[in-house]
Every structure is written in structure tokens, then in C-alpha cells.
Write a protein that binds this ligand. Structure first.
Ligand SMILES: [Zn+2]
Length: 380
């Protein structure tokens, strides 16, 4: 090795180390309330000059801000530093009949959302229409386009490993589709996500203490995601978490997938909302006043749901989150659900592992948008 080569390697290493330090400082600030330079240095075990230099770079890039001064017990007051949340991502939830659009900031906070009836059609006109909806939404948000990281697009579909193409889709007719179908009409970086995976990802965002979770999405079709060590477990064919097509009743009712007795036929949100013209809020309103047939439908629904929840607990031994249109209404039934699942459990006497989703609205679109936030944070 020549001296010049060695110097180049050392230089690359020092650039790498600086990048790692910068990223560690940024991620540290991302999760916390405003904090002083001294505390950052102390907690991350870095020298004050290293922290100061990195903060200067982050500030020049408008990624952090000073929010004021801490009260001091003597001497100079310390500056309070926090991350700058003023970058944004857009998320789309594409369903058979609707398009949901959200704007989130860098912290993952939902700033604005709309939901339009816009039935999916695999045609240029449809994708151009979605492009128009996105442009209109952004213009209504009055946000500079330079501050938008990108658009995450969630679909009820199984994607290729590189998330560029659609390998399988029956809820919408989009088999063989591609991210390019959308991005042709959306002038921002676009990425695709599976809908249930996106929603599960949103549930775990900023939850430092939870590493593993199973998310059961009770939408008009049932799906889910398995998150292990904060990462989505995709499976060999990107088909993990397709809980909707586990068999729950041998030779049971026919499922849209062609099989019989699938979970989807017994636990989709449609099973409930079909009794109220598709209005799930109305279903739960009538259930609260003990109306029929809502009460009987609910009892039957629960009898299947608790089996699925218990099976998921037996399989993964981690928290189970109920989400989707139906899951979002289950806060007031959580005690009953926990009691029912604990009765089926061979090892546990309570059902405290069971939770209801925190995002009641647009979890899927938020999760799709968060993919851009994650990439941004990881690349600082
Ligand atoms: Zn099925």
C-alpha cells in the first residue's frame, strides 16, 4: 500500500466517523424534548467540540433549531437545542373505492388529511387523477414543495421485494402494476408499501420500548403485519401477515380468494358495517344501544376474533394490536376482549398483551409517509 492510499483510507474513515456521530446526535435529538449541548455530550459520551461541530453542521442544514435558554443555577445559561420538524411527507392510502391523503411532519404528527371517493381503475386517467388530487392537497396545505420529502403510496397488494412492482392484488385490479404508474403524475419521490405493513409501521413509530408486535388489520379485508426487532418481517414471498387467509372454519363460507372458511369472511370490518350500509361508526353506535342485528353480529364476530388473537399470541408471543376500520372502535371493548382471549390462553391469566391501535385515522397513509421520514433520518 502506498502512503497516498493509506491517507485516502484514513480520510474516508474520518468522514464515516463524522457521519455516524452526526447521525447519532440527530437521532438523539429527534426523540427528545429540547436539550443542552452539555447533556448531549454527556449522554452520548462525545467530547464537547465534537458535539458543537456537528450541531453547527446540522444547524447550517436547517435540521435543528435553538428554542431558547435553560434556566441556569449560575454562570452562562445553556442553549436548548431541538430537531426541526419542518419537513414533510405525504402518504396515500389507495383502496378499492377511496383515496386517503395525509400530510405528516418530520415527527410523524398528522397535520392534515382528506379522504375522497375515487374508485381504483388500472388506467392512465386514474393515475393522472390521483396525481391531481395530490397536487391539489399540497397546494391546500400551503407548503413549499422543497420541504416535501416524498409520497408514500400504500396499496392492498403484495409487492415485489424491491417494492417497485405489484406481484399480487385481488382487492384492486393492479397485478403487474408499478410505482411508475403513480410517479409519472406525482413530481416527488414515490415509494410503494403494503397497506397493513404501513399501518403496523405507524403504530410502532416513536415507541422505543416495543420491539416486537403483531398488527391485525380489521379493514374491509383482513390483513396484518409482523414486526420483529422494529423491522417488518416480510417472509419468503412478501406474503407474511396475510392473516385474512388463515383458515378458521373448515369448509366454511367462501372467501374472495377462492378458498373457504378464511378469517376474512368472519372478521373483516364489512361483516359489521354491511348491516349499516357500510358505515362502521353507525354500526358501533347501534351496538352501544343494544340494537339488533348489530348485537348478534358482534357476538358472532367476537367468537371468531378471539380465536385469531389467541392464535397470534401463541405463534409470536408478543403484543397484538387491533387496527383497521373495526379495530379503531375497540377501545371501549378492550376489557371484554382481554377477558375473552385470556380464557382461551393456555399460559396466561390476563390478556394485557392485547392493545387497540393508537392511530384511529389514516394509519395506513401515515405509515406510508413515514417510510420517507425514516429514510431521511437514516441518511443524515
Ligand atoms: Zn381467503
Amino acid at each position: 500500500m502506498k502512503v497516498g492510499d493509506k491517507m485516502t483510507i484514513n480520510r474516508v474513515n474520518s468522514i464515516e466517523v463524522r457521519k455516524i456521530n452526526r447521525n447519532a446526535i440527530y437521532k438523539f435529538l429527534y426523540k427528545r424534548d429540547p436539550i443542552s449541548i452539555q447533556e448531549i455530550a454527556q449522554t452520548l459520551n462525545m467530547s464537547l467540540p465534537t458535539v458543537t461541530q456537528n450541531l453547527k453542521e446540522l444547524q447550517e442544514r436547517d435540521l435543528i433549531i435553538e428554542t431558547g435558554l435553560f434556566e441556569s443555577t449560575g454562570g452562562r445559561k445553556a442553549k436548548a437545542i431541538t430537531f426541526n420538524s419542518h419537513k414533510y411527507a405525504i402518504g396515500l392510502d389507495i383502496t378499492r373505492n377511496h383515496v386517503g391523503i395525509v400530510l405528516i411532519d418530520l415527527s410523524g404528527k398528522l397535520i392534515k388529511n382528506v379522504r375522497k371517493q375515487y374508485p381504483f381503475v388500472n388506467s392512465k386517467e386514474y393515475f393522472a387523477g390521483v396525481g391531481n388530487l395530490v397536487q391539489q392537497f399540497i397546494s391546500d396545505c400551503t407548503i413549499e414543495s422543497s420541504k416535501i420529502l416524498g409520497v408514500g403510496i400504500a396499496l392492498p397488494a403484495i409487492l415485489s421485494a424491491d417494492k417497485q412492482r405489484v406481484n399480487y392484488a385481488t382487492v384492486i385490479d393492479f397485478k403487474g402494476g408499478s410505482v411508475k404508474d403513480f410517479s409519472e403524475f406525482i413530481p416527488y419521490p414515490c415509494i410503494l408499501s403494503n397497506d397493513a405493513n404501513a399501518a403496523g409501521f405507524a403504530e410502532l413509530w416513536n415507541e422505543d420500548d416495543i420491539q416486537n408486535v403483531v398488527y391485525l388489520s380489521l379493514n374491509n379485508s383482513v390483513g396484518g403485519s409482523i414486526i420483529i426487532g422494529k423491522n417488518i418481517f416480510s417472509g419468503q414471498n412478501q406474503r407474511s401477515g396475510e392473516f385474512g387467509h388463515m383458515t378458521i372454519v373448515q369448509n366454511g363460507r367462501p372467501c374472495y380468494c377462492g378458498q373457504k372458511g378464511c378469517v376474512d369472511v368472519y372478521c373483516s370490518a364489512k361483516i359489521l358495517s354491511d348491516s349499516t350500509n357500510g358505515n362502521i361508526a353507525e354500526f358501533f353506535k347501534l351496538l352501544r344501544s343494544n340494537n339488533e342485528p348489530q348485537r348478534t353480529l358482534w357476538e358472532e364476530y367476537l367468537s371468531h376474533l378471539v380465536i385469531i388473537i389467541n392464535n397470534l399470541r401463541m405463534l409470536y408471543d408478543c403484543n397484538v394490536i387491533l387496527g383497521g376500520y373495526a379495530g379503531a372502535y375497540m377501545d371501549e371493548y378492550i376489557d371484554q376482549l382481554r377477558e375473552l382471549v385470556s380464557k382461551r390462553n393456555s399460559f396466561e391469566v390476563d390478556g394485557s398483551y392485547l392493545h387497540v391501535c393508537k392511530y384511529k385515522l389514516e394509519a395506513t397513509a401515515v405509515g406510508a409517509a413515514l417510510q420517507h421520514v425514516e429514510t431521511f433520518i437514516n441518511n443524515i
